[in-house]
Write a protein that binds this ligand. Structure first.
Ligand code: 2BA
Length: 109
């Protein structure tokens, strides 16, 4: 079994979670915030059998879009010189970011 942690954009939440549900994939949804943009995103935790991992990754990938976003005021700690005024920076967010981990054991009572 694997633990899949996927970070998706809020705007993709419904498409991704609807597709997971209709494929019978269990997930837990957590509201989260990106450290760079400080924008709300969504973290999904999926405990998934090894043989369904590729299917789950494909569902997430197929329902997540990459979007360009401008950061007009980067957080102070990412500015090269604190207090310096920077031009808006364009970043491409997503489709999705996924981490896959081996699960030592899974119990459900
Ligand atoms: P954020 O941290 O808000 O990052 C949003 C987007 O900003 C990132 O998109 C990336 O394109 C850009 N970005 C992030 N940090 C940057 C930096 N230090 N310098 C320049 N650009 C930077 P994604 O890579 O698609 O990431 C989307 C969200 O996924 C992130 O939101 C964060 O919540 C999560 N994430 C991405 N990589 C991660 C990692 N290695 N560990 C934990 N969370 C991660």
């Amino acid at each position: 079994m694997k633990l899949l942690i996927a970070i998706i954009q809020e705007r993709d939440r419904k498409a991704v979670t609807d597709a997971l549900s209709s494929s019978g994939v269990f997930y837990t949804k957590i509201a989260s915030t990106g450290g760079f943009l400080r924008d709300g995103n969504v973290t999904l935790l999926l405990g998934i059998e090894d043989e369904r991992l590729d299917e789950a990754l494909a569902i997430i990938r197929d329902n997540s879009q990459a979007r360009e976003q401008y950061v007009s005021v980067p957080p102070p700690e990412v500015l090269p010189t604190p207090g310096m005024i920077e031009a808006p920076v364009k970043v491409t967010v997503g489709g999705a970011v996924a981490f896959v981990m081996d699960v030592e054991s899974f119990e459900r009572w």
